[in-house]
Design a protein around this ligand. Structure first.
Ligand code: F6R
Length: 242
């Protein structure tokens, strides 16, 4: 595991974007595994800037995202598809037919998960997987538990998450109760992994996940076993690590 120390959020974003763009330049038809959340927003903005300068070409790139809310369609501004479109897909020349997320509108969870596993297999697996890190060590929607779940599965969101999400919806009944997420085996099968972390509030979990014991109670700790992981973190997130 390589830890790259960045000065601040902007520096983290630039360093992470450098790694992603190197992947796209080295293998123009690569498969990028992508994440939503607040941490990678700056990374996507940096990629868009380089694309606008003519330094990057996404025309042969395929993308597969980590997760999607069950019950939300692509037009819903809380869906992860909407997020990706807003921050990246609509701003670069990626072929929209080659951008994949779990299908939030599929009511049959088993089918949604099996279909997504098939898509990942059909595209030949992930070359570079970008990950954010949850405060409880989750990656994708793989929450602390007793096991590492292998493949794409449907997760019940916790009451805390549902309540926290309520502010984005008209009423609590509109808040998704479940999400589809890539599993840990699929994430671990990515040929390279890039984790972005920023902020002092993540310092504790950075230490636990990357320097503590490997346990499903801290799902990201499994990344210590992957042969090619780069963690790009800012000084605040690394403040508890020597
Ligand atoms: C996003 C995802 C999540 C986030 C994590 C960190 O697709 O699957 O695991 O990466 O919750 O989120 P932020 O970056 O908002 O702190």
């Amino acid at each position: 595991m390589r830890i790259v120390r960045a000065k601040d959020y902007n520096d983290m974003s630039r360093k992470a974007a450098n790694i992603l763009s190197a992947q796209v330049i080295m293998k123009p038809n690569c498969v990028l595994g992508l994440a939503t959340g607040s941490t990678p927003i700056g990374t996507y903005a940096q990629l868009v800037e380089w694309y606008n300068k003519g330094d990057l070409d996404f025309s042969n790139v395929t993308t597969v995202n980590l997760d999607e809310y069950k019950g939300l369609n692509r037009e819903n501004d809380q869906s992860y598809y909407y997020f990706m479109n807003e921050h990246l897909f609509s701003k670069v020349n990626v072929n929209h037919e080659r951008t994949f997320l779990p299908d939030g509108t599929e009511k049959d969870s088993e089918k949604a998960c099996a279909d997504y596993n098939q898509i990942i297999e059909d595209v030949g697996g992930v070359d570079l997987q970008l990950l954010g890190l949850g405060h409880n060590g989750h990656i994708g929607f793989n929450e602390p538990g007793d096991v590492f779940k292998a493949k794409t599965h449907c997760v019940d969101l916790t009451e805390t998450t549902i309540k926290a999400n309520q502010r984005f919806f008209a009423s609590i009944d509109d808040v998704p109760r479940q999400a589809y997420t890539m599993g840990i085996q699929t994430i671990m099968q990515a040929r390279k992994i890039l984790v972005v972390v920023s902020g002092e509030d993540k310092a504790g979990i950075v230490k636990e996940a990357f320097f503590g014991p490997i346990t499903p109670k801290v799902q990201a700790s499994v990344l210590q076993l992957h042969p090619d992981v780069t963690v790009v973190a800012d000084e605040a997130a690394l403040s508890l690590v020597k």
